[in-house]
Every structure is written in structure tokens, then in C-alpha cells.
Design a protein around this ligand. Structure first.
Ligand code: HEC
Ligand code: HEC
Ligand code: HEC
Length: 268
């Protein structure tokens, strides 16, 4: 009976013990609510180690600089979010993946493209004319700095993914980034060197490695821009970062030159 009487108090103590650290964790320090918009979170508050990795050597800095430059190109960032084809002379980004609707001039349906007018991209995709420019500038300093760069590759909004935090992960082989082994890659409309995923899957000594990785699921196994995030981008990481690669290479069986009756084969 005594236990029964004390039960609410014991429960209260348990509840307090359970929640106390959580309250402390939430309220220690500042009292400013971060915005629910990922573009206003400062990623470096928690992920400074990533910034240090990106800025670690001269080569890693040159890769970082290329991505900062791309992130600062509002034509390209707008294209990543909405587009499949850029027609500079028409001043349009076609938002349909169907090539038969591209470059249609005055015949194009107004829902199939966004257009550039007086410094902004404008869209009429839903029948409502809307501002469409994607600009990653946040801190007011000219150019894109490290803390603004994260969103270039991790913004759920730009990559048309839906997540609670507004943050997502895309592989390098997104069709809007470096292309993939299906041969699709639209990023080349801005940067010719960007088609690495496509080139790697075609006539390249490392194609087999790249393609077999593409048949495996990555930890981020979801669809971005209409194609799956597979593990093929690990190949890029394998050569371009210090990450350790354990490769199991299956060698082709050798042709027996000393055996006259061995069937004739071509080297693969
Ligand atoms: C308040 C701290 C905090 C901030 C600010 C923050 N993150 Fe994180 N983030 C974390 C923690 C903690 C994890 C690890 C979660 C885990 O290990 O499952 C994480 C994980 C991630 C991951 C890995 C997700 C995965 O599935 O592997 C990515 C990518 C990421 N954050 C990107 C960002 C970006 C981009 C920003 C800025 C928009 C950001 N984060 C801001 C704390 C933060
Ligand atoms: C050029 C594109 C790119 C940029 C810029 C970029 N990331 Fe990433 N990030 C990736 C990719 C791709 C992965 C997945 C890597 C993997 O699967 O190993 C990743 C993974 C992560 C992860 C999870 C893995 C880990 O090591 O914890 C975090 C956290 C993260 N990024 C944070 C950031 C932050 C913070 C910034 C800005 C300083 C940033 N990223 C800038 C492409 C990028
Ligand atoms: C087998 C190793 C290897 C793999 C896998 C690899 N790269 Fe490379 N990459 C290189 C080397 C080596 C160079 C320098 C080539 C040169 O200087 O001619 C390079 C150059 C580049 C360049 C510079 C511009 C260019 O195209 O020449 C980019 C961008 C690039 N790689 C991105 C990627 C991406 C994205 C992936 C994954 C889709 C990838 N790489 C996979 C080895 C690799």
C-alpha cells in the first residue's frame, strides 16, 4: 500500500531524471531559435571537421574552389533545382526532361521552361508566374564562402528531396552534377568537365569498377532528380579522397599460349 501511495512521486522523479538532461541540453547557451530553413543554419557550428577536410591540402582546396565557383553561379544553381536543358540564346532553362520540348522558341508551352528577365529567373510552371532564382548567397560577403557551400550539395530543396531537416545527401553522380552510367548528365551544359560519371562509364579502363558500384545501394538509397543515389559515387571518393578502398579484382582468365588446341578468344 505504501508503494502504491508513493508511486506518483516515484514516477515524477523518474520523469524528471529522464527529461532533465534534455532540458539542459536544449537551453544551455543562447536562446535564439534557429530557423527551420536549412539555408539559415550554420552547418559549421557542428560540422567544422568537414570544412577542415575540404580545406586541407592544395588539391582539396582546388576541388573546393571549383564547387564554390559552381555554387556562386546562379544560372547553374537554378538549373540544378529546376532544369534539364539550358538554352542561353532563348534565355530559358527547360524544366521538362523531354528533349522533344526543348528549344521550341515561341511554340514552347509556358509550363515547360523558366525564363531570364532583368536579373532574375521567372517561372510559370504551375500557371502562376513566380520568382525562381536559386541564390546561395547568405552572409552578404561577395562570392560563396565555406559556410554557404554546404547547401550546394546538401540542400533538400535544391535537390528536390523532402526531409525534416532540409538537409540531404546526393552522390557526385547525380544527373545534374557529374552524370551517371545511364549516360544521363545535364550538368555538362554549364561545365564540360562535369560529365565525369558518364565518361567513366564509357570506354574507360575504370568503367567496370564504376558500373559494378552502380549496382549497389548506397547508405543514401533514395531518388534525387529522378535517378537513384547508388554507390557508384564511392568510386569518385576512392580516387579523389584519402578514403581507403578494399577492391576485389576479378582478373580475366588468361589465354594459354602454349596450348595449341585452346579455343581462340579475344582479350576482353
Ligand atoms: C546543431 C548541430 C548541427 C547543425 C547546425 C547541423 N548538423 Fe548536420 N548533423 C548533426 C549531427 C549530430 C549529425 C549526425 C547524426 C547521425 O550520426 O546520425 C548530423 C548529420 C549530418 C549529415 C549526415 C547524414 C547522414 O545520413 O549520414 C549531413 C549530410 C549533415 N549533417 C549536413 C548538415 C548541413 C549541410 C548542415 C547545415 C545546413 C548541418 N548538417 C547542420 C548536427 C548538426
Ligand atoms: C561538392 C559537394 C559537397 C559539398 C560542397 C559538401 N558536401 Fe558534405 N557530402 C557530400 C557527399 C557526396 C557526401 C557523402 C559522402 C559519403 O557517402 O561518404 C557528404 C557527406 C557529408 C556528411 C556525412 C558524412 C560525414 O563524414 O559525417 C556530412 C556531415 C557533411 N557532408 C557535411 C557537409 C558540410 C558541413 C559541408 C560544408 C562545409 C559539406 N558537407 C559540403 C558532398 C558535399
Ligand atoms: C580511377 C581513379 C578515378 C576515378 C574512379 C575518378 N577519377 Fe576523377 N580524375 C582522376 C584523375 C587521375 C584525374 C586527373 C586526370 C588528368 O589530369 O588528366 C581526374 C580528374 C577529374 C576531374 C577534373 C576534370 C576532368 O574531367 O578532367 C574531375 C572534375 C573529376 N576527376 C571528377 C570525378 C568524379 C565526379 C568521379 C566519379 C564519377 C571521378 N572523378 C572518378 C581519377 C579518377
Amino acid at each position: 500500500m505504501r508503494l502504491h501511495k508513493n508511486l506518483p512521486i516515484i514516477l515524477l522523479i523518474i520523469v524528471l531524471i529522464y527529461f532533465l538532461p534534455a532540458f539542459l541540453a536544449s537551453y544551455a547557451g543562447g536562446h535564439t531559435m534557429e530557423s527551420a530553413n536549412a539555408t539559415e543554419l550554420n552547418c559549421l557550428t557542428c560540422h567544422d571537421y568537414i570544412a577542415r577536410e575540404l580545406n586541407f591540402t592544395t588539391s582539396s582546396r582546388s576541388v573546393l574552389n571549383s564547387h564554390l565557383q559552381a555554387a556562386n553561379n546562379t544560372n547553374y544553381t537554378t538549373f540544378i533545382k529546376y532544369g534539364y536543358h539550358y538554352n542561353a540564346s532563348e534565355g530559358r532553362i527547360y524544366t521538362t526532361p523531354d528533349p522533344s520540348k526543348w528549344d521550341s522558341g515561341s511554340l514552347a508551352e509556358s509550363t515547360t521552361y523558366i525564363y531570364y528577365v532583368s536579373g532574375s529567373w521567372i517561372g510559370n510552371r504551375s500557371g502562376v508566374i513566380q520568382y525562381a532564382t536559386v541564390n546561395l548567397e547568405r552572409n552578404g560577403l561577395p562570392g560563396i564562402q565555406m559556410e554557404e557551400s554546404c547547401i550546394f550539395c546538401h540542400s533538400a530543396d535544391i535537390h528536390s528531396a523532402s526531409t525534416h531537416t532540409g538537409v540531404t545527401v546526393v552522390g557526385c553522380t547525380d544527373i545534374k552534377c557529374h552524370g551517371n552510367s545511364s549516360g544521363i548528365g545535364y550538368g555538362k551544359e554549364f561545365y564540360p568537365t562535369v560529365m565525369t560519371g558518364y565518361n567513366l562509364s564509357n570506354n574507360n579502363v575504370h568503367s567496370n569498377w564504376f558500373k559494378s558500384m552502380g549496382n549497389r545501394t548506397s547508405p543514401y538509397d533514395y531518388t534525387i532528380h529522378g535517378s537513384n543515389v547508388t554507390a557508384d559515387y564511392f568510386t569518385c571518393m576512392g580516387c579523389h579522397t584519402y578514403v581507403q578502398v578494399n577492391a576485389n579484382i576479378t582478373w580475366p582468365s588468361p589465354y594459354m599460349h602454349d596450348n595449341f588446341s585452346a579455343p581462340k578468344v579475344r582479350y576482353p
